[in-house]
Design a protein. Structure first.
Length: 201
């Protein structure tokens, strides 16, 4: 196994949190390549994080280990792991998994078996690093589970001939990213002309 570790967090770049995480990774794994997907996700925004991971994962190599630390308090610091497309995805149990993979129920999801006292006293970064270590060593990472949080907030709403979509991310060039895929829109449009209506909140 020749892994790459990717990091997606809402830590920001002003403080020391990203550097501390990467220093711990270097200390544990040496010179393993680390790919920074983003550390500028808006705090606790699992929808934005899911979009960024979805946009990058298709370009990643086999055995990439994606560590996604967004809103871990929302999942009571319980981590889950899933393998998809020969890559590994480790994240809090807060509904983000179904935003990245709407059909996550088709894959095996593992809950990482930490005792409650471990969750109280271990730093979240240490839990992620422990999970990556298990994957790199190809050891058992957890317990298979179907009891994990799923979210459906990524989907557009279709009512009659109207499709209601939301802006889920604005990139560095001020492009607005919507919660609908091109193929999905074309299927709904079915060759018809369309009009755009923008509602400001």
């Amino acid at each position: 196994m020749n892994p790459i570790i990717s990091l997606t967090t809402d830590y920001g770049l002003k403080d020391h949190y990203v550097a501390a995480f990467k220093a711990k990774l270097m200390q544990r794994f040496g010179n393993i390549p680390v790919l920074d997907i983003s550390h500028s996700v808006n705090p606790y925004n699992i929808i934005e994080a899911a979009l960024l991971v979805k946009s990058v994962k298709k370009h990643c190599m086999d055995d990439t280990i994606h560590l996604i630390d967004i809103d871990h308090a929302g999942g009571n610091m319980q981590l889950i792991c899933m393998m998809r497309d020969n890559q590994y995805f480790v994240m809090p149990d807060n509904g983000m998994i179904s935003l990245i993979f709407p059909d996550c129920y088709k894959s095996t999801v593992f809950k990482l078996p930490y005792a409650q006292e471990d969750l109280q006293f271990m730093h979240m970064q240490d839990l992620f690093i422990h999970a990556a270590d298990k994957l790199i060593k190809q050891e058992s990472i957890g317990i298979e589970s179907t009891n994990y949080i799923q979210s459906q907030t990524f989907n557009p709403i279709v009512t009659g001939d109207t499709v209601h979509v939301s802006v889920i991310h604005i990139d560095n060039y001020s492009n607005a990213i919507l919660n609908i895929e091109y193929d999905q829109f074309e299927k709904l449009r079915n060759g018809r002309r369309f009009e755009l209506s923008i509602q400001r909140q």
